[in-house]
Ligand binder design. Structure first.
Ligand code: 13P
Length: 250
């Protein structure tokens, strides 16, 4: 079964989310071939939870506070997400690492807090264009993974999906080749093997994200080392998103 995670980023008011989901639920039938996970802004979680009731679609948030308590005006903690019916949370997206200065230590705290509150985690890792051009992808992935997963027990990896998202591929329409994605996913599995075990490296779920669209999905759908996709811009157009899903289902 392939995992398809949609990241709606800072798009859709609650009313727009409602319209989108009514259409999606009418046109998409739960399937054994894909596991759909939809990550909305905080303000859309309540309506999404209501509409997704009794469907096999997971609900995700796009961030979580790196502290469980404290005077964190504007933040949302793990207990709040859990109680809102959220199943998983995206952590360490490059947009948050860059714009909101999230460092590896904070990302490590966020992962631990999410897991402690019964939330699954989508951990984003990926290199910049400068790193890619200077052949540092391996080093960057290793450093980000080791820092983010520090202090975790092997069994906790069952609730973590790693999203390989090269920064230079996000929102640019440019992607690595299928072979490059597979190589990066293999690197991620090797890090997991070194730091945890062979079994953990085989079982960890890895998805690819970065300019996935209707045109390139067929060339990526049979990657050897990855288990699915993290879709950004293309999920905003329901027709395109459904086409991506059906290509993966075939
Ligand atoms: P795009 O698909 O728009 O490149 O975004 C990818 C992404 O950042 C998903 O988290």
């Amino acid at each position: 079964m392939k995992k398809i995670i949609a990241n709606f980023k800072m798009n859709f008011t609650p009313s727009m989310t409602k319209e989108y989901l009514i259409q999606l639920l009418a046109r998409y039938a739960d399937s054994d071939k894909v596991k759909l996970c939809l990550s909305f802004p905080y303000t859309s979680l309540a309506i999404a939870k209501f509409l997704l009731d009794k469907r096999k679609i997971s609900l995700g948030a796009q961030n979580i506070c790196d502290e469980e308590e404290g005077k964190n005006t504007g933040e949302i903690n793990g207990a709040m997400l859990k109680d809102a019916g959220v199943n998983y949370v995206i952590i360490g997206h490059s947009e948050r690492r860059k714009k909101f200065k999230e460092d590896n230590k904070s990302i490590n705290h966020k992962i631990k807090i999410a897991l402690k509150n019964g939330l699954s985690v989508i951990l984003c890792v990926g290199e910049s264009l400068a790193d890619y051009n200077t052949l540092k992808t391996f080093d960057v992935l290793t450093e980000q993974l080791e820092a983010a997963l520090k202090g975790l027990y092997e069994n906790e990896l069952e609730n973590i999906t790693i999203a390989y998202e090269p920064i230079w591929a996000i929102g640019t329409g440019i992607t690595p080749t299928a072979a490059e994605i597979d190589k990066a996913c293999k690197t991620i599995r090797n890090v997991i093997k070194e730091d945890f075990s062979q079994k953990a490296s085989e079982n960890i779920e890895i998805v690819y994200g970065g300019s996935v669209n209707t045109k390139n999905i067929s060339k990526f759908k049979n990657l050897k080392y990855s288990n699915g996709f993290l879709v950004g811009g293309a999920c905003l157009d329901l027709g395109a998103f459904l086409q991506i899903i059906s290509t993966i289902e075939k």
